[in-house]
Design a protein around this ligand. Structure first.
Ligand SMILES: [Zn+2]
Length: 314
């Protein structure tokens, strides 16, 4: 889907990522997180852009460079120096880095009845958190694996992405004493990524028969073009699990005249041939710097996933 650019203006931003350090022929990596706000992208005042509330287009190249400091001369500002200071190293140690900006504002419970949770990166750290909790909930879980892939938002093609070899190679090694093909066809993959809840101000963006609401339970995502990997069979398995766990389900299928995004579900299903279902907690403002979900849905999803770790449905 890409980033919702307008939401990144006027936020207190920090930087975090990975730094490569050359070490006598080898490369060490260190993680860095500035934690405090170190930059911002201020909006242009309305007086200087009368179209700002109308047909404003954002040029990411020109309008999104982040302001990190104000200096009299360029020489005063060497980013490697700043990074080195953060890592307690000398600037000469640092050979390369991959950093991302992120908003520092912490998550909040919002709503007159505390119905909503707002945070950065709910899509898709929320699902990662719930999947981990589900695994921890069932100490006896056998043959259950949780996989977290990088780079889903930029196409999944990378060594650690869903379109890379990571999962297959882990599965092959984990089943070294078993029959990999047998394990593969007897497996179910649940691809969990947040879903589009219906936004009250934009309800027409959803098909009338498929309008998932916040706090009404996990969403089964269906798409005939397999932008989601759900099939009638995997849907039926999940419906039975949901019934046992006493969790309500909702359904999402996009309008035929609108796209719907996709997930790693179809990619992994295609690479491994494992039957897959796409599920997710409904949320609003997907890919905004500040997203919103319901406070009940994560708990309902956790109940459903914990039920699935029992593996007694297939
Ligand atoms: Zn996404």
């Amino acid at each position: 889907g890409g980033v919702l650019l307008s939401t990144w203006f006027d936020r207190d931003l920090s930087l975090a990522g990975r730094v490569a350090i050359a070490n006598e022929g080898a490369v060490l990596t260190e993680l860095v997180d500035f934690k405090r706000p170190v930059g911002l992208i201020p909006n242009l005042a309305i007086h200087l852009d009368r179209e700002a509330n109308g047909s404003r287009k954002i040029n990411p190249h020109e309008e999104l460079p982040m302001i990190l400091s104000r200096a009299e001369t360029d020489a005063e500002l060497d980013f490697k120096d700043l990074l080195a200071r953060e890592l307690d190293r000398s600037a000469d140690d640092i050979s390369a880095f991959e950093l991302c900006a992120y908003p520092v504002e912490s998550a909040q419970v919002v709503g007159l009845n505390q119905e909503f949770l707002t945070s950065a990166r709910l899509d898709n750290l929320l699902s990662c958190f719930i999947a981990t909790e589900a695994l921890l909930n069932n100490e006896d879980a056998e043959g259950v694996m949780v996989v977290f892939n990088d780079h889903e938002e930029i196409g999944s093609v990378s060594t650690g992405g869903a379109d890379g070899p990571f999962l297959e190679s882990v599965l092959r090694r984990a089943t070294i004493d078993a029959d990999f093909e047998r394990v593969r066809v007897n497996s179910l993959m649940v691809s969990i990524d947040n879903a589009h809840g219906v936004h009250p101000n934009y309800a027409s963006k959803h098909d009338e028969g498929h309008r998932p609401l916040l706090n009404e339970g996990p969403v089964v995502k269906v798409n005939a073009n397999h932008r989601y990997a759900t099939t009638a069979i995997t849907q039926s398995v999940i419906e039975q699990a949901a019934e046992r766990a006493d969790v309500p389900l909702q359904y999402f299928s996009s309008r035929a005249d609108l796209g719907c995004g996709s997930t790693i579900g179809p990619i992994t299903a295609g690479r491994l041939g494992i039957d897959t279902i796409d599920l997710g907690c409904p949320q609003l403002a997907m890919h905004s710097a500040r997203e919103t979900c319901g406070t009940k849905d994560p708990e309902l999803m956790l109940q459903l996933l914990t039920q699935l770790t029992q593996r007694d449905l297939m």
